[in-house]
Ligand binder design. Structure first.
Ligand code: PLP
Length: 418
C-alpha cells in the first residue's frame, strides 16, 4: 500500500499531507536565490498551518542554517497562527485592505509594530489603534504604481484597485500621510504580481519595482527604512511539476539594488521580499478517494470525496485562475492501474454543477475506492476553499517529517451564539 493510501486509511479521506522537509528545502533554496541581507516574509495566506510556518521560522540546523522567514499576515487568525508557530511579533508585517479596528487593536496588543497601509484612511485607522495603545507604529505605504512591467499570471498594480495608494496621488497627500498621530512612515511596500511566469519576468518586475521605489524616494522624499519589493515567486498548482529555480535572480537583484539604493548592503534601506506559494506549494498533496465513476452522454465522470469545498474553491466560483487538477502518478503507484489512461471529468461530491476540479483530464482507469493524489497542493488548499460549503467536514491535515507522522489535525467549526 502506498504511503498516502495508508495515511488515508489511518486518518480518513480526504486529507492533506504536508512534508516539512520539502518546506525546509523551499526556504533554503529561496534564500539561496536572494542576495545576502534580503529578508523574506512568509505570506500566511498561502498556508497558515502553524507547523508549516514553524518550518519556515526555525533553522533546522540550529544557528548554522541562518536565514529564516518573517511573517506577513492579514488577519487575526493568521497572526494567531504566526504566534503559535513561534514567530516574534516584532517580525510580523500586517497587511491587507480591510483591517478592522478590532483586528488592529489585537495586532498592536500582540506586539505588531509594522503595518502596510493601503490608503490615507487606512493609515489613520492604524494610527488611531496605535494611539489607543499609547504607541507609535511603523507604516509602509503600499504603492499602486501607475506604470507596469512584464506580463504576469496575477497582476496587482497599474489599474484601479483596493490595493495600495495610487502613485500619482502621492505628491498631493504626502503632507497628510506624514502627519498621522500614532504612525511613522517607515518605507514602501510594492507587491505587483503573484506567480511570475518565468525568471525573466520575475527579474523584470523586481527591476521595475525597485526603480519605482527609488524614483518616489528621490522625487518625493518618501522614507525607505524598510523597502518591501513584493514577490511573484512561482509554484505549480494542483498539477504535476517542479518548483521553479531562479539561478539568475541573486545577481540581477543585487545589481539593481546597487544601482538604485547604493547603501542597501549596509541596511539603508533594509530590503525584503514576500512569498507564499513558492515556499509551501510543493510541500503538500491532497489525497482523496474515488466515490463513484459514471458515464453521461459519452463522458466519464470520476466523483471524488474532495471538491471545491476543500480545494481551489475560489476557482470553482470563477474568481481565480481556472484549476485543472492532475494526478501524482508516483504517489499513486501500486494503488491504481496507471498503464491505462482515459479522459475524465473530475468532480467533487457537492450538489452544484460548479463542483468541477478538472474537465477532460487524462486519468488512469479509476474505480470506487481508489485513492488518488493531487500534487502541489501545499499552498492555497484547505484554507483557500469553500470549507464549510454544504456542511461537509474539513479534511484531516497530516504533517510528516520523513516517514514520521508529526501530527494529524482537523479544523472544526463551532457555532457560537453571541
Ligand atoms: C501582499 C501580498 N503578499 C504576498 C502574497 C502571496 O503571494 P504568493 O503566494 O503568490 O507568493 C499575496 C498574494 O496575493 C499578496 O497579495
Amino acid at each position: 500500500m502506498s504511503r498516502n493510501a495508508d495515511l488515508a486509511r489511518r486518518f480518513g479521506s480526504p486529507l492533506y499531507v504536508y512534508d516539512l522537509d520539502r518546506v525546509t528545502a523551499a526556504r533554503r533554496d529561496l534564500f539561496a536565490a536572494l542576495p545576502d541581507g534580503v529578508a523574506l516574509y512568509f505570506s500566511f495566506k498561502a498556508n497558515p498551518h502553524p507547523e508549516i510556518a514553524r518550518a519556515l521560522r526555525v533553522a533546522e540546523n540550529g544557528a548554522g542554517d541562518g536565514r529564516v522567514c518573517r511573517a506577513e499576515v492579514s488577519s487575526t487568525g493568521e497572526l494567531a497562527a504566526a504566534m503559535d508557530a513561534g514567530f516574534d511579533a516584532a517580525d510580523v508585517l500586517y497587511t491587507g485592505p480591510g483591517k478592522t479596528n478590532g483586528e488592529l487593536t489585537a495586532a498592536i496588543a500582540t506586539g505588531v509594530r509594522v503595518f502596510s497601509v493601503e490608503s490615507l484612511s487606512d493609515l489613520r485607522h492604524v494610527g488611531a489603534a496605535a494611539t489607543g495603545h499609547g504607541v507609535t507604529v511603523d507604516c509602509l505605504l503600499r504603492v499602486n504604481s501607475a506604470s507596469t512591467s512584464s506580463s504576469t499570471s496575477i497582476r496587482m498594480t497599474g489599474t484601479p484597485s483596493q490595493f495600495g495608494l495610487d502613485s500619482e496621488t502621492l505628491p498631493e497627500i504626502l503632507a497628510e500621510l506624514r502627519d498621522v498621530p500614532g504612525t511613522r512612515l517607515a518605507g514602501m511596500h510594492l507587491f505587483s504580481l503573484s506567480n511570475a511566469q518565468d525568471e525573466a519576468s520575475l527579474i523584470a518586475e523586481f527591476r521595475h519595482t525597485i526603480s519605482v521605489a527609488a524614483d518616489l524616494h528621490r522625487r518625493l522624499g518618501l522614507p525607505v527604512r524598510l523597502l518591501d519589493i513584493g514577490g511573484g515567486f512561482a509554484a505549480p498548482y494542483l498539477v504535476p511539476g517542479d518548483r521553479p529555480v531562479y539561478p539568475g535572480l541573486r545577481s540581477a537583484l543585487a545589481a539593481t539594488l546597487d544601482e538604485h539604493f547604493p547603501d542597501w548592503r549596509t541596511g539603508t534601506p533594509e530590503v525584503a521580499c514576500e512569498s507564499g506559494r513558492h515556499l509551501v506549494g510543493d510541500g503538500g498533496q491532497l489525497v482523496c478517494t474515488v466515490v463513484n465513476v459514471k458515464e453521461s452522454r459519452g463522458q466519464r465522470f470520476v466523483i471524488l470525496d474532495a471538491g471545491i469545498n476543500i480545494l481551489g474553491g475560489m476557482s470553482g466560483l470563477g474568481r481565480l485562475l481556472p484549476v485543472t487538477v492532475g494526478f501524482d502518478e508516483e504517489a499513486m503507484a501500486g494503488e491504481v492501474d496507471l498503464g491505462r489512461l482515459e479522459t475524465a471529468n473530475l468532480v467533487g461530491p457537492l450538489c452544484t454543477p460548479g463542483d468541477i476540479l478538472g474537465r477532460g483530464v487524462p486519468a488512469p482507469a479509476l474505480s470506487p475506492g481508489d485513492v488518488v493524489t493531487i500534487p502541489n497542493a501545499g499552498a492555497y488548499g484547505v484554507t483557500a476553499s469553500l470549507l464549510m460549503f454544504l456542511g461537509r467536514p474539513a479534511p484531516v491535515e497530516v504533517i510528516l517529517r520523513g516517514d514520521e507522522v508529526v501530527s494529524a489535525s482537523r479544523i472544526e467549526f463551532h457555532r457560537k451564539y453571541e
